[in-house]
Write a protein that binds this ligand. Structure first.
Ligand code: CA
Length: 225
Protein backbone atom coordinates (compact mmCIF):
# COMPACT_ATOMS: atom_id res chain seq x y z
CA UNK A 1 0.00 0.00 0.00
CA UNK A 2 1.31 3.39 -0.95
CA UNK A 3 2.11 5.60 2.01
CA UNK A 4 0.93 8.82 0.43
CA UNK A 5 -2.70 7.89 -0.14
CA UNK A 6 -4.98 10.88 -0.11
CA UNK A 7 -7.95 10.67 2.25
CA UNK A 8 -10.86 13.09 2.21
CA UNK A 9 -12.26 13.79 5.68
CA UNK A 10 -15.83 15.10 5.48
CA UNK A 11 -16.47 16.20 9.05
CA UNK A 12 -17.66 19.52 10.43
CA UNK A 13 -16.60 19.10 14.06
CA UNK A 14 -13.33 21.00 14.62
CA UNK A 15 -12.10 18.71 17.40
CA UNK A 16 -12.74 15.60 15.32
CA UNK A 17 -11.13 17.24 12.27
CA UNK A 18 -7.89 17.93 14.11
CA UNK A 19 -7.86 14.47 15.73
CA UNK A 20 -8.28 12.80 12.34
CA UNK A 21 -5.78 15.09 10.59
CA UNK A 22 -3.11 14.32 13.19
CA UNK A 23 -3.84 10.60 13.21
CA UNK A 24 -3.87 10.20 9.43
CA UNK A 25 -0.71 12.19 8.79
CA UNK A 26 1.08 10.24 11.55
CA UNK A 27 0.32 7.12 9.49
CA UNK A 28 1.57 8.60 6.23
CA UNK A 29 -1.83 9.39 4.74
CA UNK A 30 -2.44 12.81 3.22
CA UNK A 31 -5.60 14.08 4.93
CA UNK A 32 -7.74 16.74 3.32
CA UNK A 33 -10.39 18.29 5.55
CA UNK A 34 -13.77 19.57 4.49
CA UNK A 35 -16.78 20.50 6.65
CA UNK A 36 -19.40 20.85 3.93
CA UNK A 37 -21.20 18.07 2.08
CA UNK A 38 -21.68 20.04 -1.13
CA UNK A 39 -18.04 21.08 -1.28
CA UNK A 40 -17.08 17.52 -0.44
CA UNK A 41 -19.00 16.16 -3.42
CA UNK A 42 -17.27 18.68 -5.66
CA UNK A 43 -13.86 17.65 -4.34
CA UNK A 44 -14.70 13.98 -4.85
CA UNK A 45 -15.76 14.68 -8.43
CA UNK A 46 -12.66 16.67 -9.31
CA UNK A 47 -9.84 14.92 -7.44
CA UNK A 48 -8.51 11.44 -6.79
CA UNK A 49 -8.86 10.14 -3.27
CA UNK A 50 -8.04 6.66 -1.99
CA UNK A 51 -10.73 6.78 0.69
CA UNK A 52 -13.49 8.94 2.16
CA UNK A 53 -14.19 9.34 5.87
CA UNK A 54 -17.77 10.54 6.06
CA UNK A 55 -19.50 12.07 9.08
CA UNK A 56 -23.23 11.44 8.72
CA UNK A 57 -24.14 14.68 10.54
CA UNK A 58 -22.99 17.39 8.15
CA UNK A 59 -24.53 20.89 8.36
CA UNK A 60 -25.64 21.34 4.75
CA UNK A 61 -26.33 17.85 3.43
CA UNK A 62 -27.39 14.61 5.07
CA UNK A 63 -24.51 12.11 4.95
CA UNK A 64 -26.81 9.35 3.70
CA UNK A 65 -28.00 11.53 0.81
CA UNK A 66 -24.43 12.41 -0.02
CA UNK A 67 -23.52 8.73 -0.09
CA UNK A 68 -26.45 7.94 -2.36
CA UNK A 69 -25.38 10.64 -4.83
CA UNK A 70 -21.74 9.63 -4.65
CA UNK A 71 -22.46 5.97 -5.40
CA UNK A 72 -24.07 6.91 -8.71
CA UNK A 73 -20.65 7.72 -10.09
CA UNK A 74 -17.93 6.63 -7.65
CA UNK A 75 -16.74 3.35 -6.11
CA UNK A 76 -14.31 5.02 -3.71
CA UNK A 77 -14.05 3.19 -0.33
CA UNK A 78 -16.19 5.03 2.24
CA UNK A 79 -16.03 4.68 6.00
CA UNK A 80 -18.89 6.32 7.83
CA UNK A 81 -18.36 8.03 11.16
CA UNK A 82 -21.62 7.76 13.05
CA UNK A 83 -22.96 8.89 16.39
CA UNK A 84 -23.43 6.25 19.05
CA UNK A 85 -26.59 4.19 19.17
CA UNK A 86 -27.87 5.00 15.70
CA UNK A 87 -27.97 1.43 14.45
CA UNK A 88 -30.49 2.23 11.74
CA UNK A 89 -28.23 4.94 10.25
CA UNK A 90 -25.30 2.52 10.12
CA UNK A 91 -27.33 -0.18 8.41
CA UNK A 92 -28.74 2.31 5.93
CA UNK A 93 -25.29 3.73 5.17
CA UNK A 94 -23.89 0.24 4.56
CA UNK A 95 -26.85 -0.72 2.38
CA UNK A 96 -26.35 2.50 0.40
CA UNK A 97 -22.78 1.45 -0.35
CA UNK A 98 -20.57 2.55 2.54
CA UNK A 99 -17.77 0.02 3.07
CA UNK A 100 -17.72 0.21 6.84
CA UNK A 101 -18.35 2.44 9.83
CA UNK A 102 -16.90 3.50 13.16
CA UNK A 103 -19.02 4.74 16.04
CA UNK A 104 -18.02 7.81 18.07
CA UNK A 105 -16.09 7.60 20.30
CA UNK A 106 -13.77 5.24 18.45
CA UNK A 107 -10.13 4.39 19.01
CA UNK A 108 -7.36 5.33 16.61
CA UNK A 109 -6.44 1.66 16.22
CA UNK A 110 -10.00 0.72 15.31
CA UNK A 111 -10.31 3.39 12.65
CA UNK A 112 -6.93 2.55 11.10
CA UNK A 113 -7.80 -1.16 10.94
CA UNK A 114 -11.14 -0.35 9.25
CA UNK A 115 -9.32 1.89 6.77
CA UNK A 116 -6.79 -0.81 5.89
CA UNK A 117 -9.56 -3.37 5.32
CA UNK A 118 -11.57 -0.95 3.17
CA UNK A 119 -8.50 -0.08 1.09
CA UNK A 120 -7.77 -3.80 0.61
CA UNK A 121 -11.20 -4.49 -0.92
CA UNK A 122 -10.31 -3.51 -4.47
CA UNK A 123 -7.54 -6.01 -4.98
CA UNK A 124 -8.65 -8.42 -7.66
CA UNK A 125 -9.02 -12.15 -7.33
CA UNK A 126 -7.66 -14.44 -4.66
CA UNK A 127 -6.66 -18.10 -5.09
CA UNK A 128 -7.01 -19.15 -1.50
CA UNK A 129 -8.44 -17.68 1.65
CA UNK A 130 -7.32 -18.37 5.18
CA UNK A 131 -8.34 -17.35 8.67
CA UNK A 132 -7.02 -19.04 11.78
CA UNK A 133 -6.55 -22.67 10.74
CA UNK A 134 -9.38 -22.61 8.21
CA UNK A 135 -8.58 -22.69 4.50
CA UNK A 136 -10.94 -22.12 1.59
CA UNK A 137 -10.01 -22.97 -1.98
CA UNK A 138 -12.52 -21.16 -4.25
CA UNK A 139 -11.45 -23.04 -7.38
CA UNK A 140 -12.00 -26.50 -5.92
CA UNK A 141 -14.75 -25.26 -3.59
CA UNK A 142 -13.00 -27.00 -0.71
CA UNK A 143 -12.91 -25.94 2.91
CA UNK A 144 -10.59 -27.45 5.48
CA UNK A 145 -9.82 -26.91 9.13
CA UNK A 146 -6.53 -28.04 10.64
CA UNK A 147 -5.85 -29.77 7.35
CA UNK A 148 -9.07 -31.82 7.47
CA UNK A 149 -11.90 -31.43 5.01
CA UNK A 150 -15.00 -29.69 6.38
CA UNK A 151 -18.30 -30.42 4.65
CA UNK A 152 -20.37 -27.29 4.17
CA UNK A 153 -23.81 -27.08 2.61
CA UNK A 154 -24.10 -24.92 -0.51
CA UNK A 155 -25.63 -22.09 1.54
CA UNK A 156 -22.98 -22.29 4.25
CA UNK A 157 -20.27 -22.21 1.61
CA UNK A 158 -21.78 -19.19 -0.16
CA UNK A 159 -22.18 -17.41 3.17
CA UNK A 160 -18.57 -18.03 4.09
CA UNK A 161 -17.40 -16.91 0.67
CA UNK A 162 -19.46 -13.74 0.96
CA UNK A 163 -17.82 -12.85 4.28
CA UNK A 164 -14.36 -13.76 3.02
CA UNK A 165 -14.74 -11.57 -0.06
CA UNK A 166 -15.25 -8.71 2.37
CA UNK A 167 -12.83 -9.91 5.04
CA UNK A 168 -12.44 -7.42 7.84
CA UNK A 169 -15.39 -5.37 6.61
CA UNK A 170 -18.89 -5.52 8.06
CA UNK A 171 -21.73 -6.90 5.91
CA UNK A 172 -25.33 -6.01 6.76
CA UNK A 173 -28.00 -8.71 6.94
CA UNK A 174 -29.49 -7.41 3.70
CA UNK A 175 -26.14 -7.33 1.91
CA UNK A 176 -25.56 -10.96 2.88
CA UNK A 177 -29.11 -11.99 1.98
CA UNK A 178 -28.78 -10.39 -1.43
CA UNK A 179 -25.47 -12.07 -2.23
CA UNK A 180 -26.29 -15.52 -0.87
CA UNK A 181 -30.06 -15.91 -1.15
CA UNK A 182 -31.05 -13.24 -3.67
CA UNK A 183 -33.12 -10.07 -3.73
CA UNK A 184 -36.43 -11.61 -2.63
CA UNK A 185 -35.07 -12.55 0.78
CA UNK A 186 -34.44 -8.94 1.90
CA UNK A 187 -35.59 -8.31 5.45
CA UNK A 188 -35.19 -11.95 6.59
CA UNK A 189 -32.13 -11.79 8.89
CA UNK A 190 -33.19 -15.04 10.60
CA UNK A 191 -31.98 -16.95 7.50
CA UNK A 192 -28.50 -15.58 8.02
CA UNK A 193 -28.60 -16.20 11.76
CA UNK A 194 -29.43 -19.90 11.39
CA UNK A 195 -26.72 -20.60 8.83
CA UNK A 196 -24.17 -18.49 10.65
CA UNK A 197 -24.70 -20.62 13.75
CA UNK A 198 -24.03 -23.76 11.68
CA UNK A 199 -20.90 -22.25 10.13
CA UNK A 200 -19.60 -21.36 13.58
CA UNK A 201 -20.24 -24.92 14.76
CA UNK A 202 -18.16 -26.26 11.91
CA UNK A 203 -15.36 -23.68 11.80
CA UNK A 204 -14.91 -21.94 15.14
CA UNK A 205 -12.88 -23.54 17.96
CA UNK A 206 -15.44 -22.17 20.41
CA UNK A 207 -18.69 -21.55 18.53
CA UNK A 208 -20.26 -19.80 21.54
CA UNK A 209 -17.49 -17.18 21.55
CA UNK A 210 -16.63 -16.82 17.86
CA UNK A 211 -13.26 -15.35 17.10
CA UNK A 212 -13.56 -14.96 13.34
CA UNK A 213 -17.25 -15.07 12.39
CA UNK A 214 -18.29 -12.16 14.59
CA UNK A 215 -21.63 -10.43 15.12
CA UNK A 216 -22.08 -6.68 14.73
CA UNK A 217 -25.05 -6.09 16.99
CA UNK A 218 -28.08 -4.76 15.13
CA UNK A 219 -26.10 -4.50 11.88
CA UNK A 220 -24.79 -7.80 10.53
CA UNK A 221 -21.59 -9.82 10.53
CA UNK A 222 -17.87 -9.35 10.04
CA UNK A 223 -15.16 -11.90 9.32
CA UNK A 224 -12.24 -10.78 11.51
CA UNK A 225 -8.79 -11.78 10.31
CA1 CA B 1 -21.07 16.41 12.48
Amino acid sequence: MSLSQKVLVLEDDAGMQSFLATLLSSQGYVAELCGSGQQGLQLLASQDYALLLLDLGLPDLDGLQLLQQLRLWSAIPVIVISARGKEQDKVQALDLGANDYVTKPFSAGELLARMRSALRQNQGSVRQWQFGNVLLDPVQRLVSKNGERVHLTKTEYELLLCLLRHAGVVQTHNQILQQVWGEVYQGRPEYVRVHMAQLRQKLEDNPAVPRYLTTEAGVGYRLCL
